[in-house]
Design a protein around this ligand. Structure first.
Ligand SMILES: [Zn+2]
Length: 502
């Protein structure tokens, strides 16, 4: 290129030196003709170039269209694949429930009363509370998705989706951004306190433990057990456990093999409170430890044994449940004989939650869903509302019924019948709707008289803080009863939806 430039410069200089006054007419005309031809050739080349550029633009546009088409098809294929994977996880894909034959096997979920739901606890031996982000909203912790969700993280003009940034892959590839956002998020959670829902569930779990340890439990007349399973990583259930069980601190001892695993609470997605070593070669790989009290940057979060970078003790979207970090096998074994499931404040967007609920529905185990935006569309009893408004009422009522039972030493016959009726309603969806409505009315009536008795014999709550809540509770329960007796069917028929994402 340089050579060509130099030679054309030379010719130009020679031309400039030429004395045109000595040229003949013919010579001048010849030169003009040559120049004209040169210009013509240049124009031709320019036209050809314009044509080539036009063709290139056309080709690029076609390629873009092809790529767009490919991505469109790719996205469709991926969505279909994800749906199938989610279906196999949950054991209840949408196609499973779209099937007319199987659809008939499962009753649509319907709204229920707190009394009706409380009755379900009467003869249950293994009750599982499955909680999600909705239970911590009252503590000021935003949900991951949906209305009021945590804001998306922005850095240097780039917006990161919560799902994108919460992956192991992202942590490894963009540690600076990952940790910056993570520490902001963590900072927002520090100092947050458990709320009345966490407390009431823990009170109920404690009452169950007391019953089991009592003479009734020893005689095996009544041995209820409750398990708390949370998808939250905020540690608030464990806080409530600590509050109510101040002497059970073994698991908070670093040298305890169960260090970091709260006895009553299964944190299936880990806990942000802890860090853990991430070096597979390290002998303390997976060992949990707390954040250092003072640090300059995330690079100070290191495993003391191998001095490598630590990671949050949290299950990310591109990781799998395991026993070592999340006690998933222990949990599955413990809940294999579950006979009642209460889903609280969760959209069932994660594998364990979706699987647990759909398995329960399939096995016709009663499922109660407490949520502002219920998602269980088959086989569930819905208590629509905020967790902090519904959970305390339900737990107080169950604890009161348990006390009555312990005083009388046996479940009253009437309540036994109600329990069976309620179970049947879930298990026999073919039953005539009118009969259902009637039995629902009866059960509400009978429990209404119970709760009236309850309110007169005001009980001593397990923890002082619950006293007012307990007293206020019964009145509101009675109000709610009237509101909720008219059971209504949900709008959509399709099964377990994992779609409530906004
Ligand atoms: Zn290590």
């Amino acid at each position: 290129m340089e050579q060509i430039d130099n030679s054309s410069k030379q010719t130009q200089q020679e031309e400039e030196k030429k004395d045109y006054s000595k040229c003949s007419y013919d010579e001048v005309m010849k030169m003009i003709e040559e120049t004209r031809l040169n210009c013509q050739r240049t124009m031709q080349i320019c036209n050809q170039s314009i044509q080539t550029i036009g063709e290139s633009i056309k080709t690029v546009n076609e390629a873009k269209q092809n790529i767009d088409g490919f991505f469109d098809q790719y996205n469709k294929a991926m969505s279909s694949l994800c749906e199938k994977i989610a279906g196999s996880f949950s054991g209840m894909s949408r196609s499973f429930l779209k099937n007319e034959n199987t659809d008939k096997l499962f009753d649509d979920s319907r709204e229920a009363t707190i009394q009706e739901c409380a009755q379900l606890f009467k003869d249950k031996k293994k009750v599982v509370f499955l909680t999600g982000a909705g239970i911590s909203v009252a503590s000021g912790i935003p949900t991951f998705r949906g209305v009021g969700a945590a804001p998306l993280f922005e850095k240097d003009g780039v917006t990161y989706q919560n799902e994108e940034i919460s992956t192991y892959n992202f942590m490894k590839n963009k540690p600076d951004i990952f940790w910056e956002r993570n520490l902001i998020f963590l900072g927002g959670q520090l100092g947050k306190k458990y709320n009345v829902s966490h407390l009431k569930i823990q009170q109920l779990v404690n009452q169950y433990k007391q019953i089991k340890a009592s003479q009734h439990g020893k005689e095996k007349a009544y041995q209820p057990q409750a398990v708390i399973v949370t998808q939250n990583t905020d540690g608030l259930h464990c806080q409530a456990f600590n509050e109510l069980n101040p002497k059970e601190t073994n698991y908070m001892n670093k040298d305890d093999p169960q260090y970091g695993f709260c006895p009553d609470v299964f944190e299936v997605h880990g806990s942000k409170t802890f860090l853990r070593c991430d070096n597979q070669e390290c002998k303390d790989y997976d060992k949990k430890f707390l954040y250092p009290q003072k640090y300059n940057s995330y690079k100070d979060f290191i495993c003391e044994t191998c001095k490598t970078q630590a990671r949050p003790n949290v299950l990310y979207f591109d990781e799998s449940y395991d026993e070592k970090n999340y006690r998933i096998s222990t949990l599955k074994e413990l809940t294999s004989d579950m006979d009642l499931l209460i889903s609280i404040g969760t959209q069932l967007d994660t594998g364990y939650a979706a699987q647990t609920v759909s398995n329960a529905v399939k096995e016709k185990i009663p499922v109660i869903e407490i949520s502002l935006t219920p998602v269980i569309q088959k086989g569930g009893l819905i208590l629509k509302g905020k967790a902090e408004e519904v959970v305390p009422k339900l737990c107080d009522l169950i604890m009161e019924l348990n006390k009555q039972y312990l005083q009388n030493k046996q479940i009253p016959t009437q309540q036994k019948q109600v329990t069976r009726q309620t179970d049947q309603k879930i298990q026999n969806p073919q039953k005539d709707q009118n009969i259902k409505r009637n039995s629902s009315f009866q059960s509400t009536n009978s429990s209404s008289s119970n709760s009236t008795k309850t309110s007169t014999s005001s009980t001593k709550p397990v923890v002082k803080t619950s006293l007012n809540q307990n007293q206020a509770n019964t009145k509101t329960v009675q109000k709610l009863q009237i509101k909720q007796t008219s059971a209504r069917k949900p709008n959509v028929k399709i099964g377990l939806s994992t779609k409530e994402k906004k």
